[in-house]
Design a protein around this ligand. Structure first.
Ligand code: EPU
Length: 429
């Protein structure tokens, strides 16, 4: 089992480049199955969730080749031999459900192991199912597998009870080759919804309104291959922005779309960080003491739940009382007890964390309870005094490409170590 050893106290300085968006790639790669053709996808992040997904796609009979150091994925989807994805291939990732929508759209049938992924709440898929049913699919859930089948999909109007990212993308994909027109009302508006819609359109689909309050999908009878480049990962970008702020450094985060970062930028400025926004990069630097803030996570364009743990780590080092309210996932505060081991003073009441700022963290042995929680612990370790040893880093590998290389290039001290060889853990008081 590998762990991260982080030595804190060095302000991060320099430039870091953001990889392709994991959550966009997790949908774009399955969507390529609908082309029945060859698709070339650029800017694919080399992270564990994508690795697992591509193995599952390969298992379906798709020929996959890689270029550009693995960041370009060429998928030959002309011969899809299987439409069932077993537990062993996909149980580890949440986005397995995108194979349902894509294969249902392309082949009128799919059977996929129920989603796994980060343990951050109940994470139901009732809205996905509601959408598939409205399009004319029958659903059966048995032995940990979900089976969706139909003779023919027909467009309909689907109102989502909550703006679910996964349900929006899944229904959007399935509807691309349905007969007639589908409307998704109250859809999610995240940038990667728009990215997936753009990719579907590049394959001949007719999707309009992605990113707005209603998405219209006019069914087409056939789609075709395409070459597409995935957008930058706004959460990875946000994580490096907070890394700069929490270590009181000065970092230029490159290759991002500033508009996607608005909620994060606004909160950093409100705290007192200096944020300079350029065409496709943002610089975050330390100028003066930060002040406490209140943040509430909301669907895009609100503050992203995937930045909640990283921000809580930062807020925990700010003088005064800060408040974080989580409104998307009910169990997304379990990592706060890990931050507590490093000296943070955080009280969780329901969906709210009350954060009493402390002057410093001290290194400790902690556990990455999920992907973003893991990122928060790395940031806390970089800001704190002494050595922090983070276990369960496979959770971090799921979504951050070359994390230790990127942080090391900014002057931070982080190493991946083999736990067989026990490191000497020295905590500086
Ligand atoms: N929900 C339902 N029913 C559904 C679907 C969702 O009630 O059928 C609820 C969820 O319980 C939650 C809310 O709707 O309260 C939003 O869930 P959503 O479906 O939007 O989340 P998701 O599609 O499962 C994606 C990202 C998450 C990210 C959320 C919110 C992927 C693969 N995952 O999850 O990313 O937190 O949207 O933005 O795109 C991460 O990258 O660390 C991560 C967890």
């Amino acid at each position: 089992m590998e762990k991260y050893l982080v030595k804190g106290g060095v302000p991060l300085r320099g430039e870091v480049s953001v990889s392709g968006a994991k959550n966009a790639a997790l949908a774009v790669l399955p969507a390529a199955l609908m082309s029945g053709d060859v698709c070339t996808i650029n800017n694919v992040p080399k992270v564990e969730d994508i690795h697992v997904l591509l193995q599952a796609i390969q298992h379906l009979g798709v020929k996959i080749t890689y270029e550009n150091d693995g960041h370009t994925v060429i998928m030959d989807c002309r011969k899809i031999e299987k439409v069932t994805v077993d537990y062993e291939h996909i149980s580890k990732i949440r986005a397995s459900y995108y194979l349902l929508g894509a294969l249902l759209g392309a082949k009128n049938y799919s059977k996929v192991a129920l989603p796994g992924g980060c343990n951050i709440g109940a994470r139901p898929i009732d809205q996905h199912i509601k959408g598939f049913k409205a399009l004319g699919a029958e659903i059966e859930i048995e032995h940990g597998m979900i089976e969706v089948k139909t003779d023919k999909l027909v467009g309909d109007t689907i109102y989502l009870d909550s703006p679910s990212v996964g349900a929006t993308i899944n229904i959007m994909m399935a509807a691309c080759m349905a007969e007639g027109t589908t409307y998704i009302e109250n859809p999610a508006k995240e940038p990667h919804i728009v990215d997936v819609a753009n990719f579907l359109n590049s394959m001949g689909a007719k999707v309009k309104g992605a990113g707005t309050h209603i998405i219209k999908i006019q069914g087409v009878s056939k789609m075709h291959g395409s070459e597409y480049t995935i957008i930058p990962d706004m959460i990875e970008a946000g994580t490096y922005m907070v890394a700069a702020a929490i270590t009181k450094g000065n970092v230029l985060v490159r290759n991002l779309i500033p508009k996607h970062m608005d909620a994060i930028t606004a909160k950093l400025i409100e705290m007192g960080a200096r944020v300079d926004v350029y065409g496709d990069s943002i610089r975050v630097s330390y100028e003066k003491d930060y002040s406490s803030i209140r943040v509430k996570t909301l669907p895009y364009p609100g503050f992203p739940t995937d930045m909640q743990p990283q921000f809580v780590a930062l807020m925990a080092l700010v003088n005064g009382v800060s408040v974080m309210t989580e409104s998307i996932f009910e169990s997304r505060f379990s990592y706060t007890s890990e931050l507590g081991r490093m000296g943070a003073d955080i009280k969780v009441e329901g969906n709210t964390a009350i954060i009493n700022g402390v002057s410093n963290f001290t290194g400790a042995q902690v556990r990455a309870t999920d992907l973003r929680a893991g990122a928060a612990l790395v940031l806390a370790g970089l800001a704190g005094k002494g050595d922090t040893l983070i276990s369960n880093i496979y959770n971090i590998d799921r979504g951050y490409e070359c994390l230790e290389d990127k942080i090391s290039a900014l002057g931070g001290w982080i190493k991946r170590i083999d736990t067989e060889k026990k490191p000497e853990l020295k905590v500086v008081s």
